[in-house]
Design a protein around this ligand. Structure first.
Ligand code: SAH
Length: 342
């Protein structure tokens, strides 16, 4: 195992069998997590970066089969935040010590090129020392460019799976793998610090799919990688599927840290949802970012991507003190810093 992880960390390539062994083989995972942790410490010490996550809308024109806010779900109480509400969230976040704001949402046609441009400009005007991350899905390249010009620094768009035939099983025909990949390339070329990522344990995913995800990361070299377990939502076609496992998710986080030593890797909300210590375990397996929820408290329950999504206590921006304590118990330190990619 150690010769494989050493080769990975040195930027080497692995065969299918070698990847398969690292992902599902019978070996001591703690050794893998420790190795990932030591690589993370080499570049980032014990720093944990925090991002205030503002879920600006749960309207969505897409119909991803796994997602609770897909357009076919008529049981969602839809909301969208007004400009002033988004700005107010940033104000509260700034006071708490956040220096990155992540604006995430469904693909909402109300979020026109102009509207998002104005919001980004206003946030950057009010908080010039902060980074703005957007996560608003697939858009024409021109939108990405205009928002970048307005001051957006980063963009999160998970690739979801790097196998085309698998992508097609998770999405309706009008959402294509090629378009997803094209958007990711557009984002990187525009100049964004770009985030990719995937779910672990999504329906129809096998080890071969995860190997493809790892190879895609090696080739695309994203600055950020979001990895969380798939969690079923009761109002989706995948309601009856099993969730992704904690151990498999931690394994993929650790392998991602070894593959991309300098990446910013969040210990995701989904990880915190499947296990009470999920976020801390993620940090110990190589993650170095947490994204507490900074949305107005009354809408948090409506951004229901999957069942039981946590949004209180240390998952909430106002619970930052709790989060700081639990991060320091895990052996790390929350820092007030934009936390840009190295
Ligand atoms: N519309 C934006 C934001 C999507 S929500 C976009 O397309 O990028 C952010 C991420 O949540 C998705 O990329 C997906 O990987 C994850 N997600 C959605 N449903 C999920 C589920 N049921 N279980 C786990 N993660 C899920």
């Amino acid at each position: 195992m150690t010769d494989l992880t050493d080769r990975l960390a040195a930027g080497g390539t692995l065969s299918d069998d070698e990847w398969r062994f690292l992902i599902e083989g019978d070996y001591d995972r703690q050794l893998l997590f420790d190795k990932a942790d030591s690589v993370r410490r080499q570049y980032y010490g014990t720093d944990v970066y925090i991002r205030g996550l503002i879920e600006i809308t749960n309207f969505c024109k897409n119909d991803c089969l796994y997602c609770g806010i897909r357009r076919s779900n008529a049981n969602v109480l839809r909301y969208r935040l007004a400009d002033e509400e988004i700005l107010a969230c940033c104000g509260q976040g700034y006071a708490l010590g956040f220096r990155t704001f992540v604006l995430q949402g469904g693909e909402d046609s109300y979020d026109t090129t102009d509207r998002v441009e104005k919001i980004v400009s206003r946030i950057k005007e009010n908080y010039p020392d902060c980074a703005v991350t957007l996560s608003l899905g697939e858009r024409p390249r021109r939108d990405y460019e205009i928002w970048y010009q307005a001051g957006a620094d980063r963009y999160l768009l998970r690739h979801e799976t790097a196998v085309c035939s698998h992508y097609e099983k998770l999405h309706p025909p009008e959402q294509t793998y090629l378009r997803r990949m094209e958007c990711l390339r557009d984002l990187k070329q525009t100049g964004y610090q770009t985030g990719a990522g995937f779910m672990v344990g999504s329906p129809f995913q096998g080890t071969q799919e995860l190997i493809a995800d790892m190879r895609f990361l090696q080739e695309f070299q994203p600055h950020m990688v979001g990895i969380g377990p798939f969690i079923p939502h009761h109002d989706t076609p995948f309601a009856g599927e099993s969730p992704g496992s904690l151990l498999r998710t931690l394994t993929m986080v650790a392998l991602t840290r070894l593959t991309l030593p300098k990446a910013l890797i969040p210990a995701t909300t989904a990880l915190g949802t499947i296990h009470p210590q999920g976020r801390e375990l993620g940090l110990k397996a190589g993650a170095n970012v947490v994204m507490p929820n900074l949305s107005p408290a009354d809408v948090r329950g409506q951004y229901s991507l999957y069942d039981n999504k946590v949004h209180t206590g240390k998952e909430a921006a106002e619970g930052l003190l709790l989060l700081k304590e639990s991060v320091s118990r895990a052996g790390y330190r929350v820092t007030v810093d934009r936390g840009d990619a190295r």
